[in-house]
Design a protein around this ligand. Sequence first.
Ligand SMILES: C[S@@+](CC[C@H](N)C(=O)[O-])C[C@H]1O[C@@H](n2cnc3c(N)ncnc32)[C@H](O)[C@@H]1O
Length: 246
Amino acid sequence: MMSDEAEFSAAVERNIEALQQRADLAQMGVDFIRETAELGYSYNFRWMGRPVIQFPQDLIALQEIIWAVRPAVIVETGVARGGSLVFHASMLELLGGDGIVVGVDVDIRSHNRQAIEEHPMARRIRLIEGSSVDAEVFSKVRAEVGERSPVIVILDSNHTHAHVLDELRLYADLVSPGSFLVVLDTIVEHLPKSMYLDRPWGPGDNPMTAVRQFLREDPRFEQDRSIDGKLLITVAPEGWLRRKGT
Ligand SMILES: C[S@@+](CC[C@H](N)C(=O)[O-])C[C@H]1O[C@@H](n2cnc3c(N)ncnc32)[C@H](O)[C@@H]1O
């Protein structure tokens, strides 16, 4: 006989499978993101006082994978005002242990750096300034990771196909078997070009096109579609990649 916990998990899996059949609901998620983008919705939230440029739904999913993987290191490209680094660090704090967060950004403004360095979670955060695909920058990231394991990697910097593909090729090796490589803003593929006229990315040239090419190149990774399948509102459709193995 199944335990209550196992029955509950099985019921949730069935819920997700049913949701995945509902293309109309996934489209409602895309519509919500498109309609609210103009109003700057993704800028509305803070984590422990720092602005975090994420949808709340995606933060819940990140929390779930952090709990499941119990990483020793979370590497994120794209720091902005530091809210996501603080989010990851706070999760590591709750897990106990001495896990760290490595944040890479081409432009860490001094007031943001100061706020991150003075934050109660700062002891877990390492900041590296420079382009995420620069060889010297990547070697600093690798040095911070050292022998620590498991490692989660999250890509949230420049969203062009070429940049994200370069990041995927570089950072994939850091991801531990069974752990995640999360590629944010794949949603750009489903949004109109008119939303990104001032950006080098848009439909046809974005993180989702990079993920699709990367998956053709690197058989170590697979998509976990149950994550975007259950979120429905996510900036990372097809962006939750798991490295096979344990
Ligand atoms: C969407 S924001 C990151 C948001 C942050 N992860 C959060 O959740 O609050 C994107 C960031 O990527 C940075 N960026 C742009 N090009 C980059 C590059 N080549 N290397 C590293 N960071 C880059 C920008 O400076 C910007 O701060």
